[in-house]
Design a protein around this ligand. Structure first.
Ligand SMILES: NC(=O)c1ccc[n+]([C@@H]2O[C@H](COP(=O)([O-])OP(=O)(O)OC[C@H]3O[C@@H](n4cnc5c(N)ncnc54)[C@H](OP(=O)(O)O)[C@@H]3O)[C@@H](O)[C@H]2O)c1
Length: 312
């Protein structure tokens, strides 16, 4: 049996359950490609799955390889693969119900893989898929954000937020971003029209009514966000389903999005990157063997942009 280096869990728990070790190298089945992983993005969902928070929803079998953001090179093709070929440089947010990308190899359905942006390296490409698709699917699919509308983006300096700011701006929206003061210049450079320091200012008091709120924090922030919506506006959360009753009371709409793999949307995102209309920021690069530290950093909740594991 051929093996590879990978970061697996055998039980749910804290960072110590992560094991960097040899694991069986996967083979591509029908409709799948084998990718030699060059870089794997870290997302908050990785440590949430590690801790078992999503086990009722995802029914993983253990051991499980974590990490659902990847950039790499196609190494082998399963039968029936027609669009991709060996040697293609690709990126993907693969199916979160299967083994992930903290590994030297991963097999992914061809339908979940796109050619990576040509203008950026694998480290930056691996930072894009999960948060890029999340920003796209919340702003455009769920909220139908249109030019001239006003959008409030919470945690705008984070993984999802910093791409959402740029995508909303590209669409022609007026963008309001929440972040602590040290991130304000960063967000203005990405296109934010107004920045609100959530540590010293009540955003409900500082923000004129908006058409869309992108809730990346849940809890109290979600509760307080109803008040800033225009009648008929929409609160889209990626953290917890907003109350339908509260939406009715405020005369607005609500949606919860759990982002899904989508190769066509990834291809659109790649085009925007190559056209220099979208930039992904990587704050920290670590070797695959340091996944534990990467997850600990992610869990703190103050990353600017992304954390990525270098595999090759
Ligand atoms: N449903 C889905 O499909 C989906 C997809 C992706 C992510 N998510 C979830 O969405 C959440 C955000 O993900 P992410 O990857 O963007 O997280 P992240 O990159 O870890 O977010 C970090 C950012 O949050 C900011 N922040 C922390 N507390 C804040 C507050 N009270 N107000 C404003 N900003 C605050 C920090 O800015 P400062 O340093 O300035 O505080 C930091 O830049 C996570 O819970 C994640 O699991 C869900």
């Amino acid at each position: 049996m051929r093996t590879m280096r990978a970061v697996c869990i055998y039980s749910y728990g804290g960072p110590s359950v992560l094991k960097y070790e040899d694991a069986p190298r996967p083979h591509p089945q029908e409709g799948e490609v084998l990718i030699r992983v060059h870089a794997a993005g870290i997302n908050q969902v990785d440590w949430k799955i590690r801790e078992g928070h999503l086990k009722e929803m995802l029914h993983h079998t253990l051991p499980l390889i974590l990490g659902w953001d990847v950039s790499g090179v196609v190494e082998a093709l399963g039968t029936g693969v027609i669009r991709l070929k060996i040697g293609d440089e690709v990126f993907s947010r693969p199916d979160i119900a299967r083994d992930g990308a903290y590994a030297e190899f991963i097999t992914i359905k061809e339908s979940e893989v796109s050619l990576k942006p040509k203008s950026i390296d694998h480290i930056h490409a691996a930072a894009l898929p999960l948060v890029g698709l999340t920003a796209w699917q919340t702003l455009f699919d769920a909220a139908g954000l249109a030019a001239g509308q006003r959008v409030l983006i919470h945690a705008a300096a984070g993984g999802v937020g910093h791409l959402a700011v740029q995508l909303a701006k590209w669409k022609g929206a007026h963008v309001i971003a929440t972040a602590s003061a040290h991130n304000h210049d960063f967000l203005r450079k990405l296109g934010a029209d107004q920045v609100v320091d959530y540590k010293t200012v009540c955003f409900e008091a500082a923000v004129e009514p908006v058409d869309v709120v992108l809730d990346t924090l849940g809890g109290e922030t979600q509760e307080r966000s109803w008040k800033v919506l225009k009648p008929g506006g929409i609160l889209v959360s990626i953290v917890g389903p907003p109350s339908a009753e509260m939406a009715k009371t405020h005369g607005v709409r609500q949606a919860f999005v759990f982002a899904q793999p989508n190769a066509a949307q990834l291809a659109e995102i790649a085009k925007l990157v190559d056209a220099e209309k979208l930039k992904v920021i990587v704050e920290t690069i670590l070797p695959l063997s340091d996944a534990t530290r990467g997850q600990e950093l992610s869990e703190r909740g103050h990353t600017r942009g992304k954390i990525v594991l270098r595999v090759v």
